[in-house]
Design a protein around this ligand. Sequence first.
Ligand SMILES: Cc1cc2nc3c(=O)[nH]c(=O)nc-3n(C[C@H](O)[C@H](O)[C@H](O)COP(=O)(O)OP(=O)(O)OC[C@H]3O[C@@H](n4cnc5c(N)ncnc54)[C@H](O)[C@@H]3O)c2cc1C
Ligand SMILES: *[C@@H]1O[C@H](CO)[C@@H](O)[C@H](O)[C@H]1NC(C)=O
Ligand SMILES: *[C@@H]1O[C@H](CO)[C@@H](O)[C@H](O)[C@H]1NC(C)=O
Ligand SMILES: *[C@@H]1O[C@H](CO)[C@@H](O)[C@H](O)[C@H]1NC(C)=O
Ligand SMILES: *[C@@H]1O[C@H](CO)[C@@H](O)[C@H](O)[C@H]1NC(C)=O
Ligand SMILES: *[C@@H]1O[C@H](CO)[C@@H](O)[C@H](O)[C@H]1NC(C)=O
Ligand SMILES: *[C@@H]1O[C@H](CO)[C@@H](O)[C@H](O)[C@H]1NC(C)=O
Ligand SMILES: *[C@@H]1O[C@H](CO)[C@@H](O)[C@H](O)[C@H]1NC(C)=O
Length: 509
Amino acid sequence: MLLNSALILLGCAVRHASASEVYNTFDGDGFPACNAVAKVYRPSTVDEMVTIVKNASAQGIPVRASGNAHMWFDTMCSDNPNTIIVKTDAVNGISDLQMDGNTGSVVVEAGVTFPQVAQWLQDRGAALGFTLVNWNITLGGAIAMGAHRSSLREDSQVSAAALAMDIINGKGELVHLEKSANNDTWLAATTSLGLLGIIARVKISVLADYKVWANQTTLDEEDVLNGDMFAQMSPYVTANYWWWPSVKKFHMRTYGVLPVNASGNAFQSTFSVTPVEGALALALLNGGQNSSTANFFSADTFYALWSAPNFHETVLNLPLISWPVVGHAYDVLIGGLYPNELPEWDYDLHGHTLELAVPIQQGPALLRRVRELFDQSAADGQAVTSTYRSGINIKLGKPFDSFLGQTTERVGNVTADWSKGAMMFDFPSFVPTTGDRHRFNEAWYTTLATTLINEFPVRPHWTKNTRTIFGQAVKNLDQDSLRRFAAVRAQFDPDKTFRSVVGEIIGVV
Ligand SMILES: Cc1cc2nc3c(=O)[nH]c(=O)nc-3n(C[C@H](O)[C@H](O)[C@H](O)COP(=O)(O)OP(=O)(O)OC[C@H]3O[C@@H](n4cnc5c(N)ncnc54)[C@H](O)[C@@H]3O)c2cc1C
Ligand SMILES: *[C@@H]1O[C@H](CO)[C@@H](O)[C@H](O)[C@H]1NC(C)=O
Ligand SMILES: *[C@@H]1O[C@H](CO)[C@@H](O)[C@H](O)[C@H]1NC(C)=O
Ligand SMILES: *[C@@H]1O[C@H](CO)[C@@H](O)[C@H](O)[C@H]1NC(C)=O
Ligand SMILES: *[C@@H]1O[C@H](CO)[C@@H](O)[C@H](O)[C@H]1NC(C)=O
Ligand SMILES: *[C@@H]1O[C@H](CO)[C@@H](O)[C@H](O)[C@H]1NC(C)=O
Ligand SMILES: *[C@@H]1O[C@H](CO)[C@@H](O)[C@H](O)[C@H]1NC(C)=O
Ligand SMILES: *[C@@H]1O[C@H](CO)[C@@H](O)[C@H](O)[C@H]1NC(C)=O
């Protein structure tokens, strides 16, 4: 048994042990998730993951799990270069689908991605609910970090779909947890930040397969900035806005459920880019590094492009040109790449982002404050606008009780009413490949983050913010939730094998 384990570990070590290396995000070189790690393992079973953790923790070696590194900043690990990464993408079994009428459950392993499980379910007449993320992200990674889609009506944090979990704790033991309301262990496990251990398996709730319509309306900026966001968005199973500040417009995207026999074969892709588009966008956006005018030009161009549906028809593979569109739940809510196209980052189109949640009632006020800051940048002769291909994404979240969730109603010193849900301000921006890679008016982005954190009770998304932003936002988090989370963490991982800089900054390890 020991010899076997040793051989497995030797076999799956991807890199040599002695030299430390950078572990990058999906954006590749220049975008570290961990600045220095000793080794990246790529096991293919839960048992192998258990063996790796046992061996590492016995030697005091820090461990972090990683799915597809679909995160933005150097916040995955702690700063200990002895850290090893357990890359989970090959631990991707799906089993035990059980349906009872319109609802059911399925068991997935850590490294299963959303497209993978959605396809598997669709082949068997089932589908994910609205607790999903529309890209190649693992279920383990999404559940660990509190990732979410966008809905005020339905649960939309991925971990809200979890019914049970197996977590490999700091001793390398597999701990089984069942969903249980008001239980501190469950409240910690549903946004664990990877600090309880490696999420190895999750049982999630699913639905019978269905179709979805997607529709898009264009609104004037003032209709959202001075509107009733809850009334506008709460009727829909999924809904979000894209803000186009250069033209003072919003795209309002809404989704609804249709029977599985409805006609339509639409397939969505937010990230699919042709080689020609990729090269043009890179030239256009790099041109904006020192030129506000160039940024406004590209923003207006992207706005015009995104007024049409980013959907194709799957049978003839032709673009759909008018709203609404109809297709399978998987094709419309997750989708993927079109043939012969790649995601933007494969054309050197890289981004930074910032994501902060506020109570939904304060959403319009937060956006008005951002508008003031945009106007201020123009008054200062350094006008900033959105430089991302799909605009600024405004998402929504129904309350979900988890100690570290962005939409929990738990409040501490900074009180606020989160009972109607949250608005997430998700502001991606292009990072030039030229010069020192600064963005146009880089200082403005710092002012934006600091202003919002100081003036609103915002909570950070756990993979879309810098270390500095986490540090600034700690004051908005509920101290009681942090204390109780830390107590559960200490039971699972007393020796802090799974520590991360995020956990250190918020004071839970
Ligand atoms: C194109 C794109 C679109 C996105 N869209 C959304 C969105 O709509 N909504 C949203 O909320 N987020 C979104 N995200 C963020 C994404 O959901 C999270 O960053 C998610 O954690 C990434 O999952 P991953 O499997 O790639 O994990 P990684 O990026 O590899 O890891 C993320 C973190 O989770 C930990 N981790 C990973 N796997 C496990 C595990 N099995 N057990 C314990 N800890 C683990 C890692 O140590 C790390 O700290 C998006 C990201 C990208 C790149
Ligand atoms: C245990 O971990 C050490 C350090 O990462 C590694 O060198 C060794 O090969 C591992 N031992 C086994 C039995 O896997
Ligand atoms: C998605 O991720 C898996 C690994 O989890 C990988 O095998 C696959 O190629 C990826 N698909 C795309 C479209 O990037
Ligand atoms: C909470 O859940 C854990 C893990 O499932 C269990 O061990 C514990 O007994 C539960 N606590 C209470 C108070 O029910
Ligand atoms: C789609 O939006 C348009 C307005 O842009 C509206 O007239 C139409 O009724 C909507 N369709 C659906 C199915 O919601
Ligand atoms: C879908 O099926 C239902 C019954 O199962 C039927 O009433 C309806 O007419 C069908 N719709 C279409 C578009 O085929
Ligand atoms: C919260 O308020 C209490 C009492 O006023 C104070 O002692 C504590 O320092 C505050 N905590 C934070 C994190 O601000
Ligand atoms: C912008 O200016 C910086 C510093 O002057 C320079 O290094 C960089 O190459 C310029 N970018 C472009 C696209 O010209």
